[in-house]
Design a protein around this ligand. Structure first.
Ligand code: EPZ
Length: 439
């Protein structure tokens, strides 16, 4: 039976929420553990379906894992990697699986990974990944929908990315760890998740400098020289911003705990500019308060440290209720406004022309049936539904489960009326309320 999230909106949010480990960091740490011929223990691992997919993938490659959702840890023993093929079954479920391409190539000298197709949010090509591997000396071919990369010994090279791609920077870092000599990645992505990956690898014995800047230098170390480590994943800045957006839309005052505020600088400045009150409670917590109608603003998504594309949909739900007209320009992905028609169903006034969305703020949204069309559009639906008058039900919630741990539990702690229910497709909205509550 299908599951939905049902929200009775219009209640202000109060209380504290603890933020989980970053999905987009931990998935790459798990891929990086393939380079370590030893046992690694990773802490602060969120309980998410994407993490399960990545664990299944590395198990299929021969790694032995112990994943404890209770203690939020994963132990990875990658001493015996017996397979260098990442099947389409994994890559089609989750694009981050493609990140094992560089890791398997450097570990095994050969790697065969299913080519990800386009996805809901855009074309998402992998040409930078492939070109970078070729510059490192790999022989790369595409056969029957798989990228096949081979090289007995990669050689350090200067690689300049046309766009600071997060995935390409990560894949090329992983590929070059054991390369002969020095690799320089220019116009590298500067996201905190890149720094986390470099910190993990350096702690294990790699020699990476400059992560977090546009030029990353990797001095190759001997294959087999990385040692097992214990490491804790950074907090999820997108989850933190999403909870902050919820209070900015619904009103109230919450404390967001276990975060690194510096990772949210652009977001915090923008929210303060439109009237949100944000102050530091301690070095790892922020108090977010919304006590009056917020002002409209304009935003352009950009690579870090600019305004993050993953925060665009959640912020749109906030601006849908702001005073005045806002313009959001999505500069990274071609199709990342899938929340727009759903927000319109809730009464939002949004016009979309290609990569621009013009949002005329309305006084209130009304609850209705909507769907999550991708992960962040799904978060935008939850945020809008929390603020809306009346009841909403959100379908396709498997998208939300990819990136938001225990979302109903966390919002319930903040006073929201939210539950996950099993839905008989023939039920009306009123009957949904009486459906079997799952959590
Ligand atoms: C990562 O995707 C994140 N995913 C995305 O988060 C995030 O939106 C994105 O970075 C941007 O910050 C993970 O970390 C698992 P890119 P990634 O390579 O690495 C183009 C979420 O909701 N490009 O930085 O795939 C590409 O098409 C997800 O958690 C090429 O043209 O993003 C895009 O327009 C969704 N050729 C731009 O670069 C290439 O070879 C940035 O993509 C690679 C990328």
């Amino acid at each position: 039976m299908e599951k939905k999230i049902v929200i009775d909106g219009g209640k202000k949010l109060y209380g504290e929420v603890s933020i989980s480990g970053a999905k987009n960091a931990v998935l790459k740490l798990i891929a990086a553990a393939l380079l370590v011929e030893d046992v690694c223990l990773i802490h602060n691992v969120p309980d998410l379906s994407d993490v399960e997919t990545m664990v299944d993938l590395i198990n299929s490659l021969g790694a032995k894992t112990k994943y404890s959702k209770l203690s939020q840890t994963i132990e990875i023993d990658a001493r015996d990697i017996t397979n260098h093929v990442a099947d389409y079954a994994y890559v089609s479920k989750m694009r981050a699986s493609f990140n094992v391409l560089g890791a398997l190539l450097s570990r095994c000298g050969e790697s065969k990974v299913a080519l990800p197709g386009g996805c809901a949010i855009g074309e998402r090509r992998v040409d930078f990944h492939i070109k970078g591997l070729q510059l490192l000396g790999a022989d790369v071919n595409i056969e029957n929908g798989y990228v096949i990369a081979k090289s007995r010994k990669l050689k350090g090279a200067d690689i300049s990315l046309a766009i600071p791609s997060v995935g390409a920077t990560e894949n090329l870092m992983l590929a070059s760890i054991f390369a002969d000599g020095v690799t320089r990645i220019q116009n590298a992505a500067q996201e905190p998740e890149i720094v986390d990956l470099a910190n993990f690898l350096n702690m294990a014995g790699a020699d990476i400098n400059g992560a977090g800047t546009p030029e990353i230098t990797i001095n190759g170390v001997a294959r087999g020289s990385l040692k097992g480590i214990e490491y804790s994943t950074i907090p999820d800045r997108i989850e933190a911003a999403s909870y902050a957006c919820a209070v900015c839309a619904a009103g109230g005052e919450i404390v967001v705990r276990d975060i690194i505020p510096a990772h949210l600088t652009f977001f915090i400045n923008k929210m303060c500019e439109i009237g949100v009150k944000i102050d530091a409670v301690d070095p790892y917590s922020l108090r977010i308060k919304k006590d009056k109608r917020l002002k409209a603003t304009d935003l352009i998504t950009q690579p870090y440290p600019g305004f993050h594309t993953d925060m665009q949909a959640p912020v749109m739900s906030v601006l849908a209720l702001a005073d005045g007209t806002s313009v959001i320009t999505e500069s990274l992905f071609e199709n990342r406004f899938m929340q727009v028609p759903e927000l319109r169903r809730m009464g939002a006034d949004i016009q979309q022309e290609n990569s621009r969305a013009v949002i005329k703020g309305v006084e209130f949204l009304t609850g209705t049936e909507v769907k999550a069309s991708d992960l962040r559009a799904g978060a935008a639906m939850v945020i809008a539904a929390l603020a809306a008058r009346g009841k909403s039900s959100i379908s396709n919630i498997h998208h939300i489960d990819r990136g938001y741990e225990k979302i109903e539990e966390k919002f319930s702690q903040l006073g929201a009326n939210i539950k996950r229910v099993e839905i008989n497709e023939n039920l009306s909205d009123n009957q949904i309320v009486n459906s079997k509550v799952l959590s």
